[in-house]
Design a protein around this ligand. Structure first.
Ligand code: 5GP
Ligand code: MG
Length: 183
């Protein structure tokens, strides 16, 4: 599986270090907000591994919500627009909501989830992404917490897939060209 990578972009050690730091940044922001209730809304499936590691660095009481969005890549690396596949499974009205996603690319996924959550009238709404491809998402779709800015290449590993494979790679890397289709 590792042989399918052109190169590793972020090692498991780099990821672990940054996830720990992100946890500290988030804990600082939500200090004192616990009594109002905090819900982390995880965008599946890509953020699965990230959220599992992140929450163990968050020292406050929280609930976890799940929402599944398909960005319609399938066997390609091109997004064909985002669509809600499975709706949010918890109530977030009046709660502090932190959306957690794997990567912010064009912003289509995040826009969809933010619009879905906004109608529930949460007390606050913020976003944390592990990766961001800078300059691609419009200014009104941004994340408050960002793990790493990366180059505009298609990456896999640590939850990120290509056609549902490679999520279990511990590192994040760029897939070799012969393993994916662009169209
Ligand atoms: P956006 O909607 O911001 O264009 O893309 C966000 C979603 O598309 C992410 O949640 C992720 O599932 C997928 N995505 C975007 N860029 C990449 C990438 O480089 N690799 C993988 N595996 N998925 C990506
Ligand atoms: Mg995703």
């Amino acid at each position: 599986m590792e042989g399918d990578l052109e190169r590793i972009l972020l090692s498991r050690q780099q990821i672990a270090g940054r996830v720990h730091e992100l946890g500290q940044e988030i804990a600082q922001t939500y200090k004192g907000g616990e009594s109002d209730g905090i819900t982390l809304v995880t965008i599946l499936s890509g953020a699965l591994i990230f959220v599992a590691d992140l929450i163990r660095h968050l020292p406050f009481r929280m609930k976890i919500g799940l929402i599944t969005v398909s960005s319609y890549r399938g066997a390609t690396t091109q997004s064909k627009g985002s669509q809600l596949q499975q709706d949010l499974n918890v109530q977030v009205t009046g709660r502090h909501v932190l959306i957690v996603d794997d990567i912010l690319d064009t912003g289509g996924t995040l826009r969809l989830v933010r619009e879905r959550l906004a109608v529930c009238q949460p007390k606050s709404l913020r976003t944390c992404v592990l990766l961001r491809k800078p300059g691609k998402a419009p200014p009104d779709v941004q994340a408050e917490f960002v793990g790493f800015d990366i180059e505009d290449k298609f990456v896999v590993g640590y939850g990120l897939d290509y056609n549902d494979h490679y999520r279990n790679l511990p590192d994040i890397g760029i897939l070799r060209r012969e393993f994916y289709a662009i169209t």
